[in-house]
Unconditional design. Structure first.
Length: 409
């Protein structure tokens, strides 16, 4: 069962292969008077960049920058590859943001910009507005993660503090034509949210971002520079002119899992909200479908109360294990993993658990309840031997989950 669960996870990752997803959209790029300017950001940046360069017209003039996380970075001929921090923005990312801005400022009406966007791009390419430091932006992300916000709310705030997010990239590229090709890591595939929407209009106004922070009771925790910036309504900016194409998503991957399973059913393609609520939903779904392979996709959230090590997929898996132990389900396996191969700031993609996970943790001398109270899901799963470790996958379309019963072949 564990092997089958991993095989289904791998089917989800394969369906999100960035090069294969991008290829049909670049099959007939025209010869142009100016340059092609290629900007690729996100965890799939290198794969998308290689595919784009391979599909340029013969002898086309081009300049290219790819910004990705360290694990996915590799040399690409005639492309500047910059490795940056994720999930916490760092100085390398800020340098990459400035490089992208400088390149976009050189474009003219004869140029065409190909913006290749994938998950992780928001953290990887910080370009703070004047007066806000990189450390200030990192603190904003830390506070919002601790408040349990979803990705839309997170990026609503990030956009108001960035020169590139919320359509900033498209505005800088004007008057060149810009085509965005987007691999979605966001449930619902809102292009304004993916990588904080560098090629589309912002999610909401600055006043809406201010209201969100006020309602969360965290605005007073924000750095002074951020509070000052959000007090001033955003300046008038030119409208965003771009063409954007969605090339892959979590939904694509769920259907690949379905095709790889003879008895599968997609229970939810929008598993969001707090991990405790999601765990309850998964268990109830299992009880109602005792003879099916259950498939889920989404992106849950964790309210951080401790200082432990872990991620949303690891904590979700453990909460399912706790609930299932009380329900006496028989033999089963549950996997929850991030399609990028990284769950939070850890080297695990998530967790793969079964009926005996909780007992294995106890046998290792650990208290699951205490570890969860400290958000220490990594240590708990490590004690059980139940971490899902895949290495970086080079793509990112959010998270997938699968629940398997022993009764099925």
């Amino acid at each position: 069962m564990r092997q089958r669960a991993v095989a289904l996870f791998q089917a989800a990752v394969k369906a999100a292969d960035p090069a294969l997803a991008l290829r049909p959209h670049l099959a007939e790029l025209p010869t142009i008077a100016g340059r092609y300017v290629l900007i690729s950001i996100g965890k799939a940046a290198c794969a998308m960049m290689e595919e784009a360069i391979a599909n340029l017209p013969k002898d086309a003039r081009f300049e290219a920058i790819a910004v990705t996380n360290t694990e996915n970075a590799r040399d690409i001929k005639r492309c500047v590859v910059m490795a940056a921090g994720h999930p916490v923005p760092d100085e390398n990312g800020q340098a990459a943001g400035l490089a992208v801005i400088d390149l976009l400022k050189t474009t003219n009406v004869d140029d065409v910009v190909l913006a290749l966007i994938s998950g992780g791009g928001s953290a990887l390419l910080p370009a703070p507005i004047e007066g806000v430091s990189l450390a200030d932006k990192a603190e904003v992300s830390r506070i919002l993660l601790g408040a349990g916000v979803d990705i839309t709310e997170m990026n609503m705030v990030r956009q108001q503090l960035s020169r590139l997010k919320g359509g900033g990239m498209a505005r800088l590229a004007s008057p060149a034509k810009l085509h965005g090709y987007i691999l979605s890591d966001v449930i619902g595939d809102d292009l304004r949210v993916i990588a904080s929407g560098p090629t589309v209009a912002p999610i909401a106004s600055r006043s809406a971002a201010r209201e969100l922070l006020t309602n969360l009771n965290v605005i007073d925790q924000m750095p002074t520079s951020v509070q000052d910036a959000l007090k001033v309504n955003e300046p008038e900016t030119a409208p965003v002119h771009s063409q954007n194409t969605l090339i892959g998503s979590n939904s694509h991957s769920l259907h690949a899992m379905l095709a790889a399973s003879s008895d599968g059913v997609i229970v939810s393609d929008s598993l969001t909200g707090d991990v405790e609520e999601a765990a309850n939903f998964i268990l109830q779904s299992a009880l109602q479908n005792p003879s099916k392979t259950l498939i889920f996709g989404g992106e849950t959230t964790v309210t951080i109360l401790g200082n432990g090590k872990g991620g949303r997929n690891q904590e979700l898996a453990l909460r399912v294990a706790m609930l299932a132990e009380k329900a006496d389900l028989g033999e089963w396996v549950f996997l929850s993993g991030g399609t990028d191969g990284r769950d939070g700031p850890t080297d695990a993609a998530g967790g793969i658990i079964d009926k005996h996970t909780v007992q294995r943790i106890r046998d290792a001398g650990e208290s699951l309840e205490a570890l969860l109270a400290n958000n220490d899901s990594y240590v708990a799963l490590q004690a059980a031997g139940d971490l899902l470790i895949t290495g970086a996958t080079g793509t990112n379309v959010a998270d997938v989950q699968v629940f398997l019963w022993a009764t099925k072949e």
